[in-house]
Design a protein around this ligand. Structure first.
Ligand code: MRU
Length: 353
């Protein structure tokens, strides 16, 4: 039993775990072109905000190796075009644009195309390695917050396979398992794509964590009946005021946490913050195919032509969030002040806080 990984760069090739096939098939696929990578992100073969960012970074770097020009200016134009293409694969997770921007910034240091290609690859590898270290630190911080609490609920999959390793919301369970600390995790199935049932349950089982699957509609009853003591979730984009976009259903859980007076934690790396967005109203929410709701295993479960609303994410207002757990430390309210302070960032006007 070990913590599963979803992204592998062997120095030559990028392979990813096809998360659409889990848990029945454990299949790794090789991604060779920018188009392969766009498709893998768009179709949720690779998903989860940090994993999307890492994969897109490799995508830009892999695509760059094939651009045949001696002109640095022309090369940068190719890179810009590939970056905007990859950035359009999914709209909500800001880690995607963050990783692509980091790569675009790094080639400003290059003096020739060959050097630019090397810098891109090196930066993608760095993003990958840094994410594993960040997730481990998030897990350590989360373990301290969860001290004395055993029964914890989560939604979607903010786990090892959604990141480089360990995950964000699931990191304390993996680390806890390594150290003999017992958690009872309640995983919401996460309709309509079932990341909870297909991915979180499978992933935690690999790590020997005690996990129980529930449907999303069972959350309130389960909190009451089983005495759930905390809720921990991941994030796709956190605005400057702490409002947090995460998988659809997260907002419901935050409201339940308030009703039951239990803590509601968001676990996310710094790469998930978007300080360019003041609050959650400006976060783009992905809407996906109606068939994710009207069909199950290819079979219709609703009348033909049923009108559907299928947002993949919701936004939890920051006043419902007890703490945001990052690799740099734990942020609590007042988020407006404490987020930029923790990030060591600048205000939108460019003033250092
Ligand atoms: O649509 P998905 O599966 O990419 O949604 C993923 C989530 O909502 C995760 O909770 C989030 O990206 C954090 S992953 C560490």
């Amino acid at each position: 039993m070990s913590i599963p990984l979803s992204i592998n760069w062997n120095g030559q090739q990028l392979t990813i775990l096809d998360q659409q096939k889990l848990p029945h098939l454990i299949e790794y696929v090789t991604l060779e072109t920018v188009e392969d990578i766009y498709e893998a992100i768009f179709s949720l073969k690779v998903r989860g905000a940090p994993a999307i960012g890492i994969t897109a970074a490799y995508g830009l770097a892999i695509g760059a190796q094939r651009h045949d020009t001696a002109s640095l200016e022309v090369f940068q134009q190719y890179i810009q075009k590939d970056a905007s293409y990859l950035n359009a694969s999914r709209p909500t997770a800001v880690n995607l644009g963050w990783a692509l921007n980091r790569l675009q910034d790094i080639i400003r240091e290059a003096t020739n195309v060959q050097q630019a290609k090397q810098l891109l690859l090196a930066e993608a590898i760095k993003i990958h390695e840094e994410d594993e270290a960040s997730c481990r630190r998030i897990g350590e911080h989360a373990l301290t917050l969860l001290e004395g609490r055993t029964k914890v609920m989560t939604i979607c999959n903010a786990g090892s396979i959604a990141t480089a390793k360990y995950g964000t919301a699931l990191a304390p369970f993996h680390l806890g398992s390594e150290r003999g600390r017992h958690f009872e995790v309640y995983a919401c199935e996460t309709r309509p794509v079932y990341q909870g049932a297909r991915l979180t349950v499978w992933e935690l089982q690999q790590s020997n964590v005690d996990v129980t699957l529930i449907t999303d509609s069972m959350a309130a009853h389960t909190i009451k009946a089983k005495g759930v003591e905390a809720i921990i979730v991941g994030a796709d984009r956190i605005a400057a005021n702490g409002d947090t976009a995460n998988k659809i259903g997260t907002f419901n859980l935050a409201l339940l946490a308030k009703a039951f007076d239990i803590p509601f934690y968001v676990a996310a790396p710094i790469s998930t913050f978007d300080l360019g967005i003041e609050d959650g109203t400006a976060i783009p929410i992905e809407e996906r195919n109606a068939e994710e709701i009207t069909h199950m295993n290819g079979q219709p479960i609703a009348p033909l032509g049923t009108k559907v609303f299928n947002p993949a994410f919701d936004v939890t207002p920051s006043h419902l969030i007890t703490a945001i757990i990052t690799e740099k430390g734990i942020i609590t309210a007042n988020y407006q002040k404490n987020i930029p302070e923790m990030l060591g960032a600048f205000t939108r006007k460019g003033e250092k806080i």
